[in-house]
Design a protein around this ligand. Structure first.
Ligand code: BEZ
Ligand code: FE
Length: 276
C-alpha cells in the first residue's frame, strides 16, 4: 500500500483492521475511521484547523482531574451522551424516562431518613419532594434506593464549591413496603455548566449559551430492575427548550407548587423501573 491518495486512503486505513480479533472493536473503529475521514473531506480541513483541533483535544484532556471530566462535558454538549442514552434506554411502558448523568455525581452520599432536609436549612426556596417507586404495572417496589443530588442556589454542586460540605444537597433514600419516599430540599435553579475550560470556549465560539434548566438528579436502583438515571426539571424554567446538554423530556418536567398552609413548595412524582 503505497502512493495512497485522497480517493483510496480511507479504505486503506480500514483494511488495516483485517487482523483485529475483537469484532465489536472492528465494527466501531471501521465506522469511526470512515466517518472521521468523511468529515475531513466534506469540510476540506486546513492544516491550521487540524492543529487547532489537536490543541483543543489536548486542552480537554489536560483539564481533567478527579473532580473534573472535561471529555464527558464535551460529549454532553455535543449531544453524544444523550444519543447514547436514547439508544440504550428506549422508551418502555410504565418506565420513567432517563436523562444524562452529568459529571457531578458523587458516590457514598449518606442514607437519610424520609423527610430529611438535603439543604440542612441552608438558603433557597424550601420544597418537599415525595412519591413512590413502582413496577411497570404500578405495584410498589420496596427497598429501592434513590440517590439524589442538586446544586445550591449559587448554581454550584458541593464538589465545585469550597463553602459547601461534600454531601450538601446530596442524599440517599430507601423506599419502604409501600414504595414511598420523601425528602425536603430547595427548589432547584438553572446554572451554567463549567465554562472555564476548552468546552466553555468552544460553546462560546459556536454562539451557544452554557445553561442547564433547573433540575434535581436521581439515580434509582432496586434489585431485579434496571438502574434509572434521570432528573426532575422545574416547570417554567427559561432554559427548558435550550438545555446545553439536550437532556429535557416532557415527562420529567414537574411543577413546584405552593403547599397550602405552609411556607414550602411541593412536588409529587412516581418513578417507574424496568425489570432486568
Ligand atoms: C449536570 O446536570 O450536572 C450536568 C450535566 C451535563 C453536563 C454538566 C452538568
Ligand atoms: Fe445537574
Amino acid at each position: 500500500m503505497r502512493n495512497l491518495s485522497e480517493e483510496n486512503l480511507t479504505e486503506a486505513v480500514v483494511q488495516r483492521l483485517a487482523r483485529c480479533e475483537n469484532p465489536r472493536l472492528k465494527t466501531v473503529m471501521t465506522s469511526l475511521i470512515r466517518l472521521l475521514h468523511a468529515a475531513v473531506r466534506e469540510v476540506e480541513l486546513t492544516e491550521a484547523e487540524w492543529a487547532a483541533g489537536i490543541e483543543f483535544l489536548t486542552a480537554t484532556g489536560q483539564k481533567c482531574d478527579a473532580d473534573r471530566q472535561e471529555f464527558i462535558l464535551l460529549s454532553d454538549v455535543l449531544g453524544v451522551s444523550m444519543l447514547v442514552d436514547a439508544i440504550n434506554h428506549r422508551k418502555s411502558a410504565g418506565a420513567t424516562e432517563s436523562t444524562v448523568l452529568g459529571p457531578f455525581y458523587v458516590e457514598g452520599a449518606p442514607e437519610l431518613p424520609h423527610g430529611s432536609d438535603l439543604a440542612h436549612g441552608g438558603p433557597g426556596e424550601p420544597a418537599e419532594v415525595s412519591g413512590r417507586v413502582l413496577t411497570p404495572s404500578g405495584k410498589p417496589i420496596a427497598g429501592a434506593v434513590l440517590d439524589v443530588w442538586q446544586t445550591a442556589p449559587n448554581g454550584f454542586y458541593s464538589t465545585q464549591d469550597p463553602d459547601q460540605d461534600r454531601f450538601n444537597l446530596r442524599g440517599r433514600f430507601k423506599t419502604g413496603a409501600d414504595g414511598a419516599f420523601s425528602f425536603r430540599t430547595i427548589k432547584p435553579t438553572s446554572y451554567p455548566v463549567p465554562t472555564d475550560g476548552p468546552v466553555g470556549a468552544i460553546l462560546n465560539a459556536m454562539g451557544r449559551h452554557p445553561m442547564r434548566p433547573a433540575h434535581i438528579h436521581f439515580i434509582v436502583t432496586a434489585p431485579g430492575y434496571e438502574r434509572l438515571t434521570t432528573h426532575l426539571f422545574a416547570e417554567g424554567d427559561p432554559y427548558l427548550d435550550s438545555d446545553v446538554v439536550f437532556g429535557v423530556k416532557n415527562s420529567l418536567v414537574v411543577d413546584f407548587k405552593p403547599k397550602p398552609g405552609v411556607r414550602t413548595l411541593a412536588v409529587a412524582y412516581d418513578f417507574g423501573l424496568t425489570p432486568v
